[in-house]
Design a protein around this ligand. Structure first.
Ligand SMILES: [Fe+2]
Ligand SMILES: [Fe+2]
Length: 188
């Protein structure tokens, strides 16, 4: 049976690669339908990857004694807030607009769009953990448990970054070929 679970699937399941085989990644940027919606949407994904990488670097630097905990807390407040707000908004527009529209265009990939929607729910659960442990860093940077709270935050951040990367990659592999195939006008 096909594994659709965000936590365990190794990539986009074979039955969902029906369009990807005709639109492989290395040809995306050269396609006439790349500019505009696809480029913008991939850039949003890059933004989430960059934010998780920067937050990881910051927490690691604190643990290695190379970044002042106060400066780290200030930067994390800014980046963490951006990450949560923008990811939430991104998921909302995908759930409410993109997935229903793409399902109309490609009925045979419907269970793929449902899989991506289920990913969002799974990621939401991890975002609660992320918020709790990030807040512990923000309020506890001066306290004696500062190292432990930073290490715990780093663990939670690693977990969400790993699953988010799986989600973003599979989502791109499913959605970009669909938009390239039908044209951005069919989705907007
Ligand atoms: Fe998504
Ligand atoms: Fe997305």
């Amino acid at each position: 049976m096909t594994d659709l679970s965000l936590k365990t699937r190794p990539g986009l399941p074979e039955p969902l690669r029906a369009l990807l085989v005709h639109y492989p990644r290395d040809g995306w940027t050269f396609h006439n339908n790349f500019d505009g919606l696809v480029a913008f949407w991939l850039d949003r994904h890059l933004n989430f990857r960059t934010l998780t990488a920067q937050m990881t670097q910051g927490a690691q630097a604190v643990l290695e004694g190379q970044l002042d905990p106060e400066r780290h807390a200030a930067a994390l407040a800014r980046m963490g807030n951006r990450f949560l707000t923008e990811l939430h908004g991104h998921h909302q527009i995908e759930d409410a607009h993109f997935f229903p529209r793409l399902t109309q265009l490609e009925r045979r990939l419907e269970h793929g769009f449902q899989m991506l929607e289920a990913d969002h729910v799974a990621i939401d659960g991890l975002l609660h953990r992320f918020t709790t442990s990030a807040n512990a860093v923000l309020t506890g940077w001066q306290g004696p448990g500062q190292r432990d709270t930073t290490a715990a935050f780093l663990t939670d951040l690693h977990d969400i970054a790993t699953l988010l990367e799986r989600h973003l990659t599979d989502e791109e592999d499913l959605i970009v070929p669909t938009i390239l195939h039908h044209g951005p006008g069919a989705v907007e």
